[in-house]
Design a protein around this ligand. Structure first.
Ligand code: NDP
Length: 330
């Protein structure tokens, strides 16, 4: 049996350019690690879009197999926590950036980066959730720690029709929150209502020149957009409310003032999924099993093969992807 497997490889071309090709690799091509995984599913997240297109310097070692997350089965392990046959999932840790990632039939990684796939979730479902969905759960956990409970009032989700947004809308509505979904795609209103949004607002309502303070509207929020959108959300957050910020789909800047923080006691909570400790990952996945409706997850998921990755990468940066894109590697 051949030990070759398909992979997407991104290589430097010229000083700043890059080329993307589908190729075959062998185990000897993989990087260091104590666990070899047969990758069955990966996904296309916003960061994968940046890596594959080269629109931002996500890839920091060349050549690179992109793919910041994957689910699969352990082939071989020198790590006490994992044995052949174990179902595992990986999100982040620089995989797909500095270490060969999930857009390949096999990956060799540090066992410390893996977690066991929780009972109640298949590998395909774990990747339908993907890093975007696991980050949405981290945002919900952050709001809960801040005591933003459903009785406090509506919560806003920005970039709602995207990956983080779709999962956040679904989880929050299942938990009983009144979810206000902000989207730039009016045509996705029915989709978002189907996921549980109580109200849909246009992206433009949150993208004007932000005032220091605005009418108090939201008890909290999950923001995947950043920039003026996040500044507007902060200005509309109720006294004592909290906003979990995880993304920059609208920009890296944050043109706000200290007014929401010092006059309304608003908290801005940063959420990072890449280096999150293992205990928090395990907590997030166990909550995803419990608090994410599997039918809604299926409704927000599209599946492609490795051949579709390049197009999906361009689409996600163009804001054209609805929900989540799973890559079926097999
Ligand atoms: P998606 O592209 O799937 O979703 C982003 C959504 O943001 C789009 O669908 C769109 O929603 C909205 N959007 C896009 N462009 C703009 C714009 N110019 N202005 C306002 N809204 C815009 O990406 P993901 O859900 O995968 O990721 C979302 C963000 O979260 C990214 O910035 C990503 O890097 C970040 N992220 C961060 C993580 C972390 O660890 N902190 C982990 C995972 C993701 P709509 O059409 O509904 O308006």
């Amino acid at each position: 049996m051949s030990d070759r497997f398909p992979a997407i490889l991104v290589s430097r071309e010229g000083e700043k350019g890059q080329k993307v090709e589908k190729t075959d690799l062998g185990l000897d091509d993989l990087m260091e690690g104590d666990v070899v995984v047969s990758v069955e599913h990966s996904t296309v997240n916003y960061k994968d879009g940046l890596a594959v297109t080269g629109k931002a310097p996500v890839v920091r070692r060349w050549p690179m197999v992109p793919g910041i997350d994957f689910a699969g089965t352990v082939d071989a392990s020198d790590n006490d926590e994992f044995k052949p046959g174990d179902k595992v999932v990986l999100n982040g840790w620089g995989v797909g950036e500095t270490h060969y990632g999930g857009f390949a039939g096999k990956a060799r990684v540090k066992g410390d980066w893996l977690i066991h796939l929780p009972d109640g979730l298949s590998g395909a479902q774990a990747m339908a959730i993907g890093t975007a969905g696991y980050t949405a759960m981290l945002c919900v956990l952050a709001l809960e720690r801040q005591e933003v409970t459903p009785d406090k009032g509506p919560v806003v989700v920005t970039g709602a029709a995207g990956g983080v947004g779709s999962v956040a809308v679904s989880i929050l509505s299942k938990l009983g929150y009144e979810v206000v979904a902000s989207t730039g795609r009016a045509g996705e209103a029915d989709y978002l209502k189907g996921l549980g949004a109580a109200e849909i607002i246009g992206r433009d309502e949150l993208s004007g020149q932000p005032r220091a303070l605005n009418k108090e509207r939201f008890a909290g929020g999950v923001d995947a957009v950043g920039s003026t959108t996040l500044a507007n959300v902060l200005s509309m957050t109720k006294y004592g409310g909290s906003v979990a910020a995880c993304g920059l789909a609208g920009g890296m800047d944050l043109p706000t003032t200290v007014a929401p923080f010092i006059l309304r006691g608003v908290s801005l909570i940063g959420v990072d999924s890449v280096m999150a400790p293992k205990s928090r990952r395990i907590e997030a996945y166990s909550r995803l099993v419990r608090d994410l409706d599997h039918d809604k997850l299926a409704a927000m998921t599209t599946t492609i093969g490795l051949d579709g990755v390049e197009q999906a990468a361009a689409d996600i940066l163009a804001g054209k992807v609805r929900g989540r894109v799973v890559v079926d590697i097999a």
